[in-house]
Ligand binder design. Structure first.
Ligand code: SAM
Length: 231
């Protein structure tokens, strides 16, 4: 089974031998891939909706892994106990939903748990939540898939360094995703310019919001210059 580049990167980050909980599993692509490639001995395929869980069941049966995965109808981490999973994957959802799932399900997360999270939107808000709530983003990755960029965070409990670089760009991003970083920064810079010029055209420009986006833009521009200079 071939995974998309986004899911493939997530699977690559799961340490061999880990028990995985895939929250919002839908087709159970991650658990199936982990079984086929001997990454996981066991997995929890979890979803809040019955339809996706049916699809997960059908896919696990198709590949003969129905006995190795436990299907759980669960709102976020509600049906996962602390220590049951080594790695928790929460991918393909909005950053604010992921934030709420982690916040409501924090009792399932201990100091050994690795979280692999991939927000579709609102990465900065999600990072702010993590940094303020006792989590550290150990590594960030950016993956390109069909001209879209996807941020992936590898997170553990711990003290974070919540500086502007880690808030907007992400820790170790250039080292972890050297093939994508330049195009990604170009894209982020273009979006920031677009937002700022749109805001400035408004009858009552929100100067606070413009300043916020300008700050974000400055971080991307400076980082891109540093990369291009090789420093
Ligand atoms: C777009 S799919 C992503 C599927 C897969 N994780 C991926 O990245 O390709 C989002 C899935 O998350 C599930 N979901 C949404 N809110 C959830 C929640 N609070 N708890 C668990 N699953 C949720 C949806 O039912 C859906 O199956």
């Amino acid at each position: 089974m071939e995974l998309s580049p986004r899911l493939s990167k997530i699977a690559e980050l799961i340490p061999r031998g880990s028990i995985v909980a895939d929250v919002g599993t839908d087709h159970a692509y991650i658990p199936v891939y982990c079984f086929i490639n001997n990454i996981s001995p066991k997995a929890f395929a979890m979803d809040v909706n019955k339809g996706p869980l049916e699809r997960a069941k059908a896919n696990l049966e198709k590949y003969g892994f129905q006995d190795r995965a436990e299907l759980r109808l669960s709102d976020g981490l509600e049906k996962l106990q602390k220590g049951e999973a080594d790695v928790i994957v929460i991918a393909g959802m909005g950053g604010l939903l992921i934030r709420d799932i982690i916040d409501r399900g924090c009792s399932a997360i201990d100091s050994n748990t690795q979280l692999l999270i991939q927000p579709m939107i609102a990465p900065v808000e999600l990072r702010d939540y993590l940094f303020a709530s006792g989590y550290d983003i150990i590594n960030e990755y950016v993956v390109r898939e069909e001209n879209k960029f996807y941020n992936i965070f590898s997170v553990k409990k711990g003290e974070a360094e919540a500086n502007d670089f880690n808030r907007y760009v992400g820790k170790n991003l250039a080292e972890n995703s050297p093939e994508t970083i330049d195009d990604y920064l170009e894209y982020k810079i273009r979006i920031c310019h677009k937002i700022i010029s749109g805001m400035k055209k408004s009858e009552n420009p929100d100067t606070g919001a413009i300043e916020k986006h300008q700050k974000e833009l400055d971080v991307y521009v400076k980082f891109r210059e540093n990369i291009r200079r090789g420093s």
